[in-house]
Design a protein around this ligand. Structure first.
Ligand code: SF4
Length: 286
């Protein structure tokens, strides 16, 4: 059944920024994107978690614009300088079909929070054209529950970051007031929709996969993130703990994050997750 939600752009409250502007008239809010999606790149990608990339790769589609402003963002030319090409919803459906034809295990929307209505229309169109692989929603975790509810039945795999468990840190480094409670509620809603990740023959089919990037000086508040997952989601939640942080974008303006993490701080985070019994997922090699 075709689902249309584009009218939500008319008074945009799609994400916690609640800009309230009319994107259908060409206005742009915090995320910098109006009516049309902007795609910076799309390709078959092999660098995701094993059951997302599989053997044939994940069909990633990178959207320009973002509702976060992470000072250390590694994709800032896309997310903050807004580099990309505006395309129609029909073109977006065609890209999804092309990626499927090229062998992708899934369609992986990267930073889709600000274009939820457009991707809903594009998924509907692509399904009518024969798309039959899972949809991955790969986001920063700064989401509105109401908007996530629009995606129920459309998204198969939610793959959000939980970036911080401390609002002061979230505001300072990502310009995201109230991030911790917002991300917790978003993750609960995602889990309600799709449950624990199901992997069949090495390929993810449906469920929740949390990403957590360890930051220098425990700025991410990793322990509280894991405690939340154990207590309010499930100790069986798949968690991808990442050590790949490196200074980028405006990190040099913040001496405390202008360095990579060290082995000891990473090991402590991993030990804590293991100690809580978070047994499913991946730990990036240091
Ligand atoms: S999606 Fe964009 S315009 Fe809409 S509320 Fe969020 S930041 Fe503002």
């Amino acid at each position: 059944m075709k689902k249309e939600c584009l009218h939500y752009l008319e008074h945009c409250m799609l994400c916690p920024r609640k800009c309230g502007i009319n994107r259908l008239n060409g206005m742009r809010g915090y995320c910098m994107i109006g009516k049309n999606v902007k795609v910076s790149a799309y390709n078959i990608h092999f660098g995701e978690e094993p059951p997302i990339s599989g053997v044939s790769g994940s069909g990633t589609i990178f959207f320009a614009g973002c509702n976060l402003r992470c000072v250390f963002c590694q994709n800032y030319p896309i997310s903050q300088l807004n580099n990309g090409n505006e395309i129609s919803i029909c073109n977006l459906s065609d890209i999804m079909i092309e990626l499927q034809d090229r062998g992708a295990h899934n369609i992986n929307f990267v930073t889709p929070t600000h274009v939820i209505p457009q991707i809903i229309s594009a998924i509907s169109g692509a399904r009518e054209k024969g798309l039959n692989i899972p949809i991955v929603y790969n986001s920063g975790g700064y989401e509105s529950v109401e908007s996530l509810k629009l995606l129920e039945g459309m998204v198969d795999i939610y793959m959000p970051d939980i970036k911080y468990s401390d609002d002061n840190m979230a505001e300072k480094y990502s310009g995201a007031p109230g991030y911790w409670n917002i991300a917790k509620e978003a993750v609960k809603e995602m889990y309600r929709q799709v449950g624990t990740l199901k992997i069949q023959n090495g390929i993810a089919e449906r469920g929740l996969l949390i990403r957590h990037l360890v930051l220098p000086d425990d700025i991410a508040g990793s322990k509280k993130v894991f405690e939340f997952l154990c207590e309010h989601i499930s100790a069986k939640t798949y968690v991808s703990i990442m050590a790949q942080y490196h200074p980028a974008n405006k990190s040099s303006l913040y001496p405390e994050i202008d360095r990579k993490i060290d082995a000891e701080e990473y090991e402590k985070v991993i030990e804590y997750a293991d100690g809580l019994g978070l047994c499913n997922g991946w730990r990036q090699d240091f």
